[in-house]
Write a protein that binds this ligand. Structure first.
Ligand SMILES: Nc1ncnc2c1ncn2[C@@H]1O[C@H](COP(=O)(O)OP(=O)(O)OP(=O)(O)O)[C@@H](O)[C@H]1O
Length: 243
């Protein structure tokens, strides 16, 4: 199996405080991969390290065959264009309507004419299951589930190869959460995306996650599939809800 991301001997620190102590793991092509662990176990720090927003003390973070810690600024920019990120609260600009939120990156990073940019934004709106009328609304006129979908459309706007999702189902009711899970899976299948997500939602883990790591005490406590985890733990539910 081909690894799309390979983290080797990674150590991260804030000041003198070690967050990850020499951890290694692999994310394989097209897997929906979850970063799990209790509060403060270092999930966000790890995600930020993978998207180069946090610099580790040592180690290798190989993404699409390149160690991102060795890239010059221009190479890093090209690498980051392969990433789409959905932040936990959608991170939309409240003063811009949905269309302008969706076209922001396209206007900044492409030289496409305005009509093509609008068409691409509308295509993504459609792909995440929202009606075209939503384009003219402002973020405060949308439900939590709609904001997540717009955030997802924005993360996809530059056609990334790798999608990072921070707590994609948090704040959604159970029905909305399962609908969002289904959307993530559909998009993975349709677009052959690689998806890495932080989650506390065990129904998502059971429903759509292929492989995962569980962070604990600065180390990787478990790496593998849910099936492999269940072979190690008798009461998997109890175990997962305790992390
Ligand atoms: N910028 C920072 N400066 C100093 N310490 C930080 C910084 N960011 C995170 N930390 C600390 O690093 C540790 C790991 O934080 P992180 O946010 O990565 O954990 P997490 O697993 O994502 O937690 P949660 O599930 O609560 O969001 C925490 O103890 C946190 O206080």
């Amino acid at each position: 199996m081909e690894a799309i991301i390979e983290v080797k001997n990674l150590t991260t620190k804030f000041g003198e405080r070690i967050i990850h102590d020499n951890i290694s793991f692999k994310i394989f092509k097209k897997d929906i991969f979850a970063l799990l662990g209790g509060s403060g176990s270092g999930k966000s720090t790890l995600l930020n390290t993978m998207i180069a927003l946090n610099r580790p003390v040592s180690g290798v973070v190989k993404i699409l065959g390149k160690n991102i810690l060795e890239l010059d600024p221009q190479e890093m920019l090209s690498m980051q264009l392969n990433f789409g990120v959905l932040f936990q609260f959608g991170a939309l600009f409240s003063s811009l309507n949905i269309l302008d939120n969706l076209t922001l990156s396209l206007r900044e990073y492409t030289i496409l004419p305005p009509k093509a940019i609008k068409d691409i934004a509308m295509m993504w709106l459609n792909k995440v299951g929202l009606k075209q009328e939503v384009a003219n609304l402002y973020p405060n006129e949308l439900s939590g589930g709609m904001i997540k979908r717009v955030g997802l459309a924005r993360a996809l706007s530059l056609s990334p190869k790798i999608l990072f999702l921070d707590e994609p189902t948090s704040g959604l009711d159970p029905k909305g959460a399962r609908e969002f899970d289904n959307l993530i899976k559909e998009l993975r299948d349709l677009l052959e995306l690689n998806i890495i997500m932080i989650t506390h939602d065990m129904d998502s883990v059971k429903g759509i996650v292929d492989r995962m790591i569980i962070l604990k005490d600065k180390k990787i406590f478990f790496e593998g599939s849910l099936k492999e985890l269940s072979q190690q733990s008798d009461s998997i539910d109890l175990f997962l809800y305790q992390i």
